[in-house]
Design a protein around this ligand. Structure first.
Ligand code: ATP
Ligand code: RIB
Length: 305
């Protein structure tokens, strides 16, 4: 295996409404769907559909959602040898509201995802040159142990600090590629709101980076992506494709998964960013997180067609 994703698997309970309810307000929705989600699962599916060899390490509950998600994951080209079931906790769930502009709000109830402990990692077949990917919907101590192991085996580490939360500097020092959106960058950089112009974003990314050998990838939604490569002070900006977004849920996950596959296949950094930017532009044109991840063929047709 060459890409190892250790992360969350959720059942997304997705309501579509014209507008998001304000606190204390009730609005009528027009659709309710149950869709496989979770940042770990979404990123693993995105990486596999983009052409990567992917192992997903995750935990489900022994309940109806868990059974449904297990069956769904088995339809994807994923290695699921390390998909296990929590004895007590329910399957992770996300309550998602998507408005008519495709913008979402999400509440995640982690459940079994928080039962993924460092003890589940020691046997993982991590080899030199592999890419090991995690997000912040599993315990941070598990990610720290994972990245320590990955580094000791000569693998590359990729962290998507979503949803953003405080973490130790020691954990961030284990990260080769740090992928986050602009709001998360503001939070880790100690700002209340993200800066608007690219020079200020670059300066903030440089201040936030914990070591020179770290590549910062800052996704900017419908604007595109800004990257400060390792050992560089100059940013690369790739504009987003102009498309009609119907649901942006999982756009960041699609970007990360496709990006890691491109890196694992030795694409130069800027080509990997363009590949991921195209994949994510395709994903926002389809409803549902996991359902919207494009195939390698679709990404290449979009980029070169
Ligand atoms: P989410 O939490 O919704 O999954 P995110 O906040 O982690 O997303 P974004 O920065 O919103 O991530 O989006 C990730 C990438 O997806 C962007 O860098 C861009 O490549 C692509 N993207 C997002 N929204 C659009 C859009 N409306 N049109 C085209 N591309 C988009
Ligand atoms: O990034 C989108 C994902 O965040 C959803 O699938 C939801 O499960 C939450 O984890």
């Amino acid at each position: 295996m060459s890409i190892i994703v250790v992360g969350s698997i959720n059942m997304d309970v997705v309501a579509r409404t014209a507008t998001h309810p304000m606190a204390g307000q009730t609005v009528l929705g027009n659709q309710l769907r149950f869709i496989a989600g979770g940042k770990g699962s979404n990123q693993a599916i995105a990486a596999a559909r983009a052409g990567g060899d992917v192992r997903l390490v995750g935990k489900l509950g022994q309940d109806a959602f868990g059974k449904t998600l297990e069956a769904f994951l088995h339809q994807e080209a994923l290695n699921l040898d390390d998909l296990t079931f929590s004895p007590n906790a329910p399957t992770g769930t996300a309550i998602i509201v998507v408005d008519e502009h495709g913008e979402n709000t999400i509440v995640v109830i982690p459940g079994a995802n928080h039962d993924l402990h460092p003890a589940h990692l020691s046997h993982l077949p991590i080899h030199p040159g592999d890419f090991v990917l995690a997000q912040f919907e599993i315990p941070l101590e598990t990610i720290h142990a994972l990245f320590t192991l990955a580094r000791s085996r000569g693998a590359n580490t990729v962290l998507n600090t979503a949803p953003a939360m405080p973490c130790s500097r020691e954990l961030l020092e284990q990260v080769d590629y740090w992928v986050l959106n602009e709001v998360e960058l503001a939070l880790y950089g100690g700002e209340t709101v993200p800066p608007h112009d690219h020079d200020a974003l670059t300066a903030l990314a440089l201040r936030t980076r914990v070591q020179h050998a770290q590549t910062m990838v800052v996704t900017l939604g419908a604007e595109g992506v800004l990257c400060v490569p390792a050992e560089s002070e100059q940013a690369v900006f790739i504009p987003a494709h102009r498309v009609q977004a119907v649901d942006t849920t999982g756009a960041g996950d699609c970007f990360v998964g496709a990006f890691v596959t491109a890196l694992r296949q030795a694409f130069p950094l800027e080509s990997a960013l363009r590949f991921a930017n195209a994949a994510a532009a395709l994903s926002v044109q389809t409803e549902g997180a996991s359902l919207s991840m494009p195939t390698r063929q679709a990404i290449e047709a979009f980029l070169h067609g």
